[in-house]
Design a protein around this ligand. Structure first.
Ligand code: IMP
Ligand code: MG
Length: 175
């Protein structure tokens, strides 16, 4: 039997929401330049779509982090696997993440980035799963708030699969 995936947000709904976020960000940062930091791999699809909807000068940077922990829960001890290749001092940073779950990863990462002296740091997350939050994270731009379900698609994976699905769905692994 294959994993079962039940659609939560269609590609059309997601892209509509991303266009709204892009318009809001363009308004709020008017006259400024934005350095988007895409958190790989999960936020890659979201970051590209969002960047296209921002009507301002944008620089795109990439980071990849892993968090020691088990399969389904991060520990909060975050390791940077791929770091930025340029300083961010004085820049307006917009971190782009796929999902904020326990919040441990982002809580840690935001401290690290703040220490590098940017002009500002804001966070944009495609999904927010607040039921499982244990670490304090303030999300400036949220795509959708979702219940405590494991979701895949639009960049999000289950064991590295399903990142390429154009929609977001709840996955029920095969037994
Ligand atoms: P946390 O906020 O530190 O718990 O970890 C967030 C990370 O866990 C995200 O960047 C995802 O990589 C992963 N994650 C959490 N919930 C899900 C989910 O429902 N689907 C896929 N990945 C998830
Ligand atoms: Mg991630």
């Amino acid at each position: 039997m294959a994993d079962k995936i039940e659609i939560m947000y269609s590609e059309e709904e997601i892209n509509k929401r991303i266009a709204e976020l892009g318009a809001q960000i363009s308004r709020e940062y008017q006259g400024k330049e934005i350095t988007m930091i895409c958190i790989l791999k999960g936020a890659a699809a979201f970051t590209c779509e969002l960047a296209k909807r921002i009507d301002l000068p944008v620089e795109m940077e990439y980071m990849r982090c892993s968090s020691y922990g088990n399969e389904t829960e991060s520990s909060g001890v975050v390791k940077i696997d791929l770091d930025l290749d340029r300083p961010i001092r004085g820049k307006n940073i917009l971190i782009v993440e796929d999902i904020i779950d326990t919040g441990r990863t982002m809580n840690y990462l935001m401290d690290i980035l703040h220490d590098r002296g940017p002009a500002s740091v804001k966070l944009c997350a495609l999904l927010d799963k607040p039921d499982r939050r244990v670490a304090d994270v303030s999300i400036d731009y949220t795509g959708f708030v979702i219940p405590d379900e494991f979701v895949v698609g639009y960049g999000l994976d289950y064991a590295q699969k399903y990142r390429n699905l154009p929609y977001i769905g709840i996955v029920t692994p095969e037994v």
